[in-house]
Design a protein around this ligand. Structure first.
Ligand code: 13P
Ligand code: SF4
Length: 330
């Protein structure tokens, strides 16, 4: 049923009749198939608008763990769909475009992490959720940017820890927790691009504006931030804070939800270092389009598959994270 060129492309590009109301048809297919659409804050506005649930990496994993849907469509990137499949093996997990990867996850190949672990006996491995299932299988506890600090704090003070793969998040965590975790040298191509000079310029042009930054940004950017947090934390800070103008150093897709929650406030995305490129947009997240979402729901392809043994091994560190997160919340 799947044409070979679709398989090669990793998505279905079957032409869609112009008269079709895509959003309406997507919702109809969801109802017919008991499917749920999950979207990350970094996806296109129109995807966020049609999704059942929009959230950060932690919320998306928590939502997957409790969904009663038969099909989960993950409008995000591959590791997010994999996380859903790890938690929900009996459900079909669709990803509208299998090419939606993540430069940060790619910066940590599983065999290299396994070797590093062998070279450092006695160390616990904490891995950011932005990793492949194969890396999670070598991990003791998964963390997201929403819970990383609390999870590090929950470990004994003398625990020896390897933190992978994001060196910026790891460095930030070392600074705020006083730990000395060994850091993997990985990074996200979007968050590493933000320009310090442009933030300084924006601050000068917008006196009183507050800078909000994701901890995947470089230390020099975090040093200029009034608030550092995950996408969900940044959103809630912007909502609660009395300030009216915010300079936002994370993927610019988040501005859609910010503007929705705070229509009266002003959000300015930080541009990347090089002039005209759209490097503050994650090209992988943007691979999710309404057309691909419609086709993948219609044909129930592409879906994510995992070897069962690998899935079992990758599930443990995610479950530990969910357990610790639930305790922290109480
Ligand atoms: P959070 O959703 O945990 O803030 O992570 C951001 C990110 O890089 C997702 O790819
Ligand atoms: Fe990965 Fe960066 Fe894109 Fe997030 S923004 S999915 S970390 S490449």
């Amino acid at each position: 049923m799947i044409k070979s060129e679709w398989k090669e492309k990793g998505y279905i590009d079957e032409p869609i009749p112009a008269e079709i109301d895509l959003k309406k048809e997507i919702r109809r297919l969801c109802a017919e198939k008991n499917a749920v659409i999950m979207g990350h804050y970094y996806t296109r506005n129109e995807i966020q608008d049609v999704a059942d649930f929009v959230g950060d990496s932690l919320a998306l994993a928590q939502q997957a763990a409790k969904t009663t849907a038969d099909i989960i469509v993950m409008c995000g990137v591959h590791f997010m769909a994999e996380t859903n499949k790890i938690l929900c093996p009996d459900k079909k997990v669709l990803l509208p475009d299998l090419n939606a990867g993540c430069s940060l996850a790619d910066s940590c190949p599983a065999d290299e992490l396994a070797k590093f672990k062998e070279e450092h006996p006695g160390y616990k491995v904490l891995a950011y959720v932005n990793t492949s299932a194969a890396v999670k299988a070598h991990t003791d506890i998964v963390v997201t940017s929403s819970n990383a600090r609390e999870i590090v704090d929950s470990l004994p003070a003398d625990e020896k820890i390897i933190f992978a793969p994001d060196k910026n998040l790891g460095g930030y965590l070392n600074a705020v927790t006083g730990r000395n975790m060994l850091l993997w040298n990985g990074g996200c191509h979007v968050h590493e691009q933000f320009s310090v000079e442009k933030i300084v310029g924006l601050k000068a042009a917008n006196p009183g504006a507050k800078v909000l930054a994701h901890p995947e940004c470089k230390n020099s950017v975090l040093a200029l931030a009034d608030y550092v947090g995950s996408t969900a934390a940044i959103l809630s800070f912007a909502q609660k804070d009395e300030c009216n103008t915010f300079i936002v150093a994370t993927e610019s897709g988040i501005l859609h939800e910010m503007q929705k929650r705070c229509p009266e406030k002003n959000f300015i995305p930080v541009p990347p270092m090089s002039g005209s490129c759209a490097c503050n947009e994650c090209a992988y997240m943007r691979l999710n389009t309404l057309e691909k979402l419609y086709n993948c729901l219609k044909y129930e392809w592409p879906f994510v598959e995992l070897d069962e043994q690998l899935r079992e091994r990758a599930k443990l560190p995610i479950e530990r994270m969910l357990e610790i997160s639930a305790k922290i919340k109480k």
